[in-house]
Design a protein around this ligand. Sequence first.
Ligand code: SF4
Length: 1016
Amino acid sequence: MTLGRRQFLKAGGTCVAGASALALGFTPPKAYAGDSRQYKLLRAKETRNNCTYCSVGCGILMYSLGDGAKNAKPSIFHIEGDPDHPVSRGSLCPKGAGLVDFIHSEGRLLYPEHRAPGSKEWKRITWEEATDRIARLLKEDRDKNFIEKNEKGQTVNRWLSSGMLASSAASNETGLLDFKFARALGMLGLDCQARVCHAPTVSALAPSFGRGAMTNNWVDIKNANVVLVMGGNPAEAHPVGFKWVMEAKIRNGAKVMVVDPRFNRTAAVADFYTPIRAGADAAFMLGVVNYLLTHDKIQHEYVKAYTNAALIVREDYQFEDGLFSGYDADKRIYDKTSWTYERDEQGFAKSDPTLQHPRCVLNLLRKHVERYTPEMVTQLTGTPAKDFEHVCAELARTSAPDQTATFLFALGWTHHTSGAQIIRAGAMVQMLLGNIGMPGGGMNALRGHSNIQGYTDLGLLSLRLPGYMNLPSDKQQDIGTYLKETTPATEVANQVNYWHHTPKFFVSLMKTLWGEHATAANNWGYDWLPKWDRSYDMLAYFDMMYQGKVNGYIAQGFNPLAAMPDKNKTAQALAKLKFLVVIDPLATETGSFWQDEGKYNDVKTEDIQTEVFRLPSSCFAEENGSIVNSGRWLQWHFAGAAPPGEAWQDSRILGTIFTKIRDLYRKEGGACPEQVLNMQWNYRDAEEPLPEEVARECNGFALADLKDDQGRVVVKKGQLLPDFSVMRDDGTTSSFAWIFAGSWTEAGNQMARRDNTDTGLGCTPGWAWAWPANRRILYNRASLDPSGRPWDPKRQILEWDGRRWSGADVPDYPVTAAPGSGISPFIMQPDGVGRLFGCGGMTDGPFPEHYEPTESPLQSNPLHPAVTYNPVARVLTDDRARMGHVKNFPYVATTYSITELFRHWTKHSRLNAIIQPEQFVEIGEKLAGKLNIAAGDRVKVSSARGHIEAKAVVTKRIKTLNVMGHDLDQIGIPCHWGFRGATKKGFLANTLSPAVGDANSQTPEFKAFLVNVEKV
Ligand code: SF4
């Protein structure tokens, strides 16, 4: 007999009860045994879900009571780890362990509320009143300020005076509705958490490998021989995922190395730790590149076959004194024309397989990095020379084909003005070592929020479309121009260049957006997409708001007052809005930005004329849907209870407001009503779309019979698409996000699969579904040499059977392309190879370069004193005036997360509030001694933008460094407290950081800025 989990609990519960009774000496008559109360879990309903916090995506089992009984609403009373989950295997970290307290937090919003302009209080209102008023306000603002044509008379159909922030933990299905809602209104001020999180990862990894995601996955970390953790602290921020690092260490003898400004909890269990100055990571990584090249520690065959090392760069490409060729100093941008290859008569890139040509990529790279000597690296970073060389030597040993290193990084690499370039430098190291595509290798971007990968995939960013396509600009007035400019030409003969299918992905998206209204005659509704003239990313948009150019804003599952840099500026910006709509399960600081909280939020309430709505939404435990973990797994979860009080699911809130706006347009007309009314919103109930129907829409359908080359029907009209390979550009397929095609097929919901069979090397292709095409290790063909032999037989994940590729993982490669075909493994790249030279993929250079943070402790950059900072990082005028100088702010501050708290959410959860109740900052012993600060003293940390106060933790974990011959002290600032929640009130840490972002993605520089510290 096999027992199911519930049956096992029943049997086990009976045994436990019996054993306890006997142990206590009771021998009750049988009748009493029958009367005893049943073990609570046995009466409970068990529901599968995933932890809502970080992107490890741990499996959880939620237990609820009350279901089925008359008038009883289910209530979740217990949550534990799902033992079947291949990543978490039953574990939960302190955040996951406190999930029940989040669900039942006193901070949960229970009914809609309204704050009138100038008022000091919330007033309870009905959903009808709230949604009627919001629909009316949005329509009025749109009608008044909609821009149908720009000053050149071009059709742009955009609306700039209202915007929206989308969540990072809501489901993909909510994300799809967010996108349709915002774009149907013509909004360009649309952004999501990725902007303040991992956007530089996409900016760096996509030009390097073809896709911007974590290359491998959590479990695969166990296959590594060396683990470099830099720009992240997974033992604290991703504790359950981190156990795969320990698995690598214990079972695989892996050496774990940590490079970080603080001796953090990851360092505490690592084999090796060395400190670094915050903001100097690119110099460190470029020093590693120089070391590998000068010590000839690269995997030659891999580099030659699978990177662009041999391709020849144009003669007019140059790098001199900190600037690449094509710099326009007035506009602070590059003309990237010279950042490409020399071409032959057919337009293909020229190459020199002997690697002798002076302008082949490898030789240009040698020249570029020769300045990053160990001495220069040591001086810039403060890392001791012998430590730097140790890291280089450990990494260098993985240039052997049978050794791999994995790089784990997170916001410590993204939160810089040159964040994308740091990540690019890391990617180059891994290419030179032959570690991309290998089990146990990779560039493993540890995503933050539980579905921020999904929200990035769905294109919820100002200038993006789903599936990593770009929203057209106003210069792309017709679909032909747009597709020509966004579909890359093949650059090396015989390569896959999968992006050449862009027209199929784009037209399928347009059919999803505009349905029957999208026809060949109207270019699939191309004109109804809003066209952009510049970026309206969060930094730019809040600056517009600060200048009084924005009237309305929706913050859904996002707390910008806490998440944006320069909190005081953000508060002033919000105060200039006419209306703000906050959709959230919790009472956030943003919703309360107008409330006077004394020193924590010092505002004059009566002067703030913003009308504010606070709409209670469901949380993860109260909805069905999918979220994408860091390893690109789409995992389906189920609701275990209804939202509390009068709270609604996000889909109902969006659906109701959107339906009301459409009704108003139908009745009254208004600005460009076609954009609003033609958006396909054909759900069973327009006011409350079901996640299941939205998930199928996201996958896509055949809109006519689809036939193969021989005329055989491969997908019937009306059926779900089996994958993206069947997509068409003639309007006969629909799909919202082409990379998600295959997630819900005629075989059912692939995201809900639960087969955790390990097919080899920790691969579990039967669990959930990974984009693209269920591949678990991206670029996995690169784990074998061109003739099809694995570089390391112990890591063979694919094999060729004479006809097809198969193996433990799904091939990321044409399955019938035989070994020796010459087709290279980076199938998304126009040249088929990993790019050491990034060509025009980045805004700030085809090779990475070290530039100082915008607020630097150095007077100038020793590498090129005339170009100290990233020359194309955008510093807006208002923000430039809010920058500080080392004379007044002599210490480098860096913000970070701790194990017990997740951003600004878990402070609402009682368990987490108990274990980390009060705000603190970390100060090294030497500096504390100098400033006469003892452990537990209150200190004031100030920057040019404001100050915070907190308790001092005086620590050995942060050492004084020697940088360019001078002592340099760093201050550690955890970012979790605020003036709402169950912890003691605290200051928002982002009061201190500057509103300047990464040059490629405008992700704020939270990790390196200048402060002063005083004892209070
Ligand atoms: S916070 Fe992350 S590691 Fe912790 S339980 Fe949740 S998903 Fe797992």
